[in-house]
Ligand binder design. Sequence first.
Ligand code: IPD
Ligand code: CA
Length: 316
Amino acid sequence: MDLTACSTPLLQAHTGPSIGHPFKGIFLGSRHNTMTELWQNAMDHAVALARKAGSLVRDAVQNDMKVMLKSSSVDLVTKTDQKVEQLIIDSVKEKFPTHSFIGEESVAAGEPCVLTDNPTWIVDPVDGTTNFVHGYPFVAVSIGFAVNKKLEFGVVYSCIEDKMYTARTGQGAFCNGQPLHVSDQKEITQSIIATEFGSNRDTEVVDKIFSSMRKILCLPIHGIRGVGTAATNMCLVASGCVEAYYEIGMHCWDIAAGAVIVTEAGGVLMDVDGGPLDLMSRRVVAANNKMIAERIVKEIDAFTPLRDDAPIETKD
Ligand code: IPD
Ligand code: CA
């Protein structure tokens, strides 16, 4: 999956011959072999890290926590977000010293948010920080991994539920080792759609969010849901519990891992204008099929938040 808007297909065939690879009979050189093994090592490490991070998050939910603010009074961060991200960075640097890193709290601290061709870990240490602060039981550790701007794997650990979602490009999606598949529902009127209010409280933006929701709800659909973490919403699409999730305003670290999990479970991704997903654009539609995705697109009052990879001087 190419991560910046362009004409390449959303789901690229996995080019490495690893165990269980579905494209048999394709000649693949030894460099591919090495890379495939290396990315598998990285994925195994990501799963171990997500589990460790999730256990820290789970323990911290029980305790009092100091809540700090980022861009606004509703954009929260805690010491746990920072500690967990540091743990992941330190471990990745030690094991894969040449890899790059995009992490929510590093970016908040002024690190650049630019995706290059270098192998890059895209991490949200605590997706659902507001839930975490309030003890609302959906919090995820989200780790995506891209090479040459294409996602190779995604790991989302919904740590309160103890659900480990994993997917590697070309090799399917799983939850606690069980294969995942999106819903086969074709009728939007028989669907549940997930979305979020995000953390922007500008009235113009809030009006657009409500207007889109109102139009979608009144199609009519069975219901609107949202568990307060983009990564988990995407895993719910992959699990077939909701037909789609859309949002404008989340960040690349909220959806990088989930993007692989959705496509590997048979779903589709697109921009809210129906074009290809651009990971840095802060807009996403993830759905069980193209028909449902395009039906949602028709109802969304789109807007354009500042891109994740906008130059730092344009962010205040
Ligand atoms: C947020 C969650 C939320 C979504 C926001 C994200 P955070 O991430 O994913 O569901 O609506 O747009 O920023 O701040 O909890 O990591
Ligand atoms: Ca977060």
